[in-house]
Design a protein around this ligand. Structure first.
Ligand SMILES: O=C(O)CCC(=O)C(=O)O
Ligand SMILES: [Fe+2]
Length: 263
């Protein structure tokens, strides 16, 4: 784990964009759709945009905030690199490139970038494998880089992992339904019930980087503290010899292909 990022600049960016008129997300949205993480369509069409996904219960029926806006955001995604130079610069920084090279990645591409906010009472992230959402053939080609922008401790929602769980294949896959059908996604297979005692917590200080194997089972718990737990996270795929599943919810487009990390 190493300190990699100009954390303060990213935090500043998050604060600015949270309040900027140009992108404030509730405008133009049907308030009835503003539930946890927004509507399915809002999610499915976010792959090439910067969109805001909210904690549960932060809006009233008219779409007005019930909590201070800075405590309302669960995550921001999924194409921060495409629209903001700070994120592009950090993601493609020499340190990240050197890290990818040291891991032997030949043609890594950036598939998504998120800022996870986890404010006070921020929701949990239930146990999952990233490859369920970012499926490739063969498996073993997706790597998450999760960077703590603030200390992530037991009480404010640090990550938890099941050691060795990356060796067991993928239990379920989220697949995109044909355009226009509802719901927009469904799961093939299911997430098994796992014994909670198998999870090992990974508390880290601000600036630490956690590498997440695409198939390792991980989760984070609800943040019951009054400290937020912001993290900057993106996923790389080794593109050499890999097929990105055409059923994944997130698809590269001619306008926004997955950018190569080494540029
Ligand atoms: O930040 C979290 O709580 C969950 C992160 C996660 O699941 C990921 O980055 O793959
Ligand atoms: Fe994950």
């Amino acid at each position: 784990m190493t300190a990699l990022l100009p954390t303060a600049r990213i935090m500043e960016w998050v604060a600015i964009i949270s309040f900027s008129r140009r992108s404030f997300p509730t405008q133009g949205l049907n308030p009835h759709l503003l539930h946890w993480q927004g509507s399915t369509d809002y999610f499915l069409s976010s792959g090439d945009k910067i969109r805001f996904f909210f904690e549960k219960g932060v809006f009233d029926k008219q779409g007005n905030f019930l909590v201070p806006p800075e405590k309302s955001i669960n995550k921001i995604g999924h194409a921060l690199h495409a629209h903001d130079p700070i994120f592009r610069c950090v993601t493609h920084s020499p340190k990240v490139q050197a890290l990818a090279r040291s891991l032997g990645l030949q043609m890594p591409v950036v598939v998504q970038i998120l800022v996870r906010h986890q404010p006070h009472f921020g929701g949990e992230v239930t146990p999952h494998q990233d490859a369920s959402f970012l499926y490739t053939e063969p498996l073993g080609r997706v790597l998450g880089l999760w960077i703590a922008l603030e200390d992530a401790m037991l009480e404010n929602g640090c990550l938890w992992f099941i050691p060795g769980s990356h060796r067991g294949g993928v239990s379920r896959r989220m697949v995109r339904a044909p355009a226009g059908s509802a719901p927009g996604t469904s799961f093939l297979g299911s997430e098994p019930i796992r014994d909670n005692s198998l999870f090992v917590p990974t508390p880290v200080l601000r600036g630490a980087l956690i590498l997440i194997h695409g198939e390792v089972v991980h989760k984070s718990e609800r943040n019951f503290s009054d400290r937020s737990r912001q993290a900057y996270t993106f996923h790389l795929m080794e593109a050499a010899g890999t097929v990105w599943s055409p059923d994944n919810w997130l698809q590269p487009t001619p306008e926004l292909p997955f950018p190569p990390l080494y540029i």
